[in-house]
Design a binder for this molecule. Structure first.
Ligand SMILES: [Zn+2]
Ligand SMILES: [Zn+2]
Length: 77
């Protein structure tokens, strides 16, 4: 399962999100890419960049990439 552990992107600040540089988490979501996944898989794997955290910047990457639903523009009650 090594391949699925590979994180194929850099954080926006250019840090490689290698093991040891990242805290992997989970964020439930129902955006279209998540909705296409199976039951119980609707969410993003989140990668929190630790080098950024050292610089007091919170950089979180999402896999699959988060795509806001069409027509779900910011709308406040
Ligand atoms: Zn970073
Ligand atoms: Zn999402």
């Amino acid at each position: 399962m090594q391949a699925s552990q590979h994180v194929p992107f850099l954080c926006p600040a250019g840090h490689r999100l290698d093991a040891g540089n990242v805290i992997v988490g989970w964020s439930p979501c129902v955006c279209p890419p998540c909705n296409n996944r199976g039951r119980g898989l609707r969410g993003h794997r989140t990668y929190l960049c630790l080098p950024c955290k050292d610089e007091h910047v919170t950089t979180k990457c999402y896999l699959p990439h988060h795509v806001p639903a069409q027509g779900a523009d910011y709308r406040w009650p």
